[in-house]
Write a protein that binds this ligand. Structure first.
Ligand SMILES: [Zn+2]
Length: 409
């Protein structure tokens, strides 16, 4: 065995098909060999892990809003990527909106790259955006390296990233199919959404907000995307699925060969609508956190593989625009910042339901890596892959404290 730069050895190394004792040989940042636990060479640095340490592939988070340039006071590359590293996330993919300019043109993508250059503590990739009228920009952005494209079917929350209609999609989807680029979709349709007045409640009552973004808005959007994916042969992915009613619909479409996948997020798998206090706008995200029984059905969707993986949808903002003082759910910014906490939150909840570290690794590492075609470098501890590792203790407990978080907010 040649002498590598570094050996990390542990009793519990999560490999694609087993968890076992290994010595991981690392050269130039890549895994060059997976040797037996006792097979170490003395001429290089050896990190010897204790018996309580689990070695997992670094987490991949394909849904992160960094907001820079333009809204850097909301979140920036140094803070976000430091939070990622602290949370075991070694690769993240930045969303095309909330930054100004948004990543909806080749020029916008170049500006984004300049903002990220020499500013990142982990590996970072980028989504482009589909907005009305930018079809001609999709090819050049894809060629320049965006991993795929995001669109919204309802207003996104920022003016410079307008949502698309079915008509806009009918223009963009043939081009995406030609590129074989993935279209990721914020799947809520405006039709079933209700304003606070019509639903008759107070804006500080969580139920008012929840009723304003009902499950039907998601269900109908998912059905639309299944239809369009079938018609155009475009690969489609539903981001941050919250309505569990869409799970059987997706399952049926997947079984019929439609190229559609879905993700969900820690906030939908941990919190429940019943527990959100009045005026607690820190719980606001879109689509909303739903009822307890909905949460359990999302876990079932993960268990049977209909939902492919779990991402943070890290979307911070300055505290003031969460409107915590007035507690106005209807006007507060929607977004939850959890980039640093996805692993402990999901492990806490997964373990309670009898899921294993293998399941966790699939949801947090392997499946998101494959989604953005990084499976030959990321998401698994395997020879030839980048040596992106997270070492943690599955039994350790801690209380989340704001001062330990590296997010800007
Ligand atoms: Zn998002």
């Amino acid at each position: 065995m040649p002498v590598p730069d570094l050996i990390i050895r542990g009793r519990s190394v999560v490999l694609p098909n087993e968890i076992g004792p290994r010595s991981i040989y690392i050269q130039d940042g890549r895994i060059v060999a997976l040797a037996g636990y006792s097979e170490i060479v003395s001429e290089c640095e050896v990190i010897d892990l204790d018996d309580n340490s689990l070695v997992m592939p670094g987490l991949v988070d394909t849904h992160v809003h960094i907001n820079s340039p333009g809204r850097t006071e909301w979140e920036g590359f140094p803070n976000a990527t430091l939070a990622a590293a602290a949370g075991g996330v070694t690769t993240l993919i930045d969303m095309p909106l909330n930054s100004i300019p948004p990543t909806t043109t080749l020029a916008g993508f170049k500006t984004k790259l300049e903002s990220a250059a020499n500013n990142c503590f982990v590996d970072v990739g980028f989504w482009g955006g589909v907005v009305p009228g930018n079809t001609a920009e999709l090819g050049p952005m894809f060629e320049a390296g965006v991993v795929g494209f995001k669109c919204f079917l309802v207003p996104s929350g920022v003016d410079e990233f307008p949502h698309v209609t079915e008509e806009d999609l009918r223009e963009a989807m043939p081009e995406l199919a030609r590129l074989d680029a993935l279209l990721i979709v914020h799947a809520e349709l405006p039709g079933p959404m209700r304003g606070p007045i019509k639903s008759g409640g107070s804006a500080i009552d969580y139920q008012t907000f929840l009723a304003s973004r009902p499950r039907e808005a998601e269900n109908e959007a998912v059905e639309l995307m299944i239809r369009l994916s079938q018609e155009f042969g475009t690969r489609v992915h539903i981001v941050h699925l919250s309505s569990a009613e869409a799970v059987p619909v997706l399952r049926k479409a997947q079984a019929a060969g439609v190229r559609i996948t879905a993700e969900t997020c820690p906030h939908y798998l941990y919190f429940t609508a019943e527990e959100v206090p009045a005026g607690a706008t820190e719980f606001k995200c879109c689509p909303p956190i739903r009822e307890r029984e909905n949460r359990e059905e999302l876990w079932q969707g993960l268990a049977d593989g209909t939902i492919d993986f779990i991402v943070s949808d890290h979307s911070p903002c300055p505290g003031e625009i969460k409107l915590r003082e007035s507690g106005d759910f209807m006007n507060a910014w929607g977004g939850i910042a959890s980039l640093q906490l996805r692993l402990p939150i999901i492990w806490t909840e997964a373990r309670r339901r009898g899921f294993t570290v293998e399941g966790l690794t699939k949801w947090l590492c392997g499946n998101p890596a494959r989604q953005v075609s990084l499976q030959t470098r990321k998401g698994a501890i395997a020879v030839g892959n980048d040596a992106d590792l997270v070492v943690w203790n599955t039994d350790e407990q801690f209380t989340v404290a704001a001062r330990a978080l590296h997010h800007r907010h």
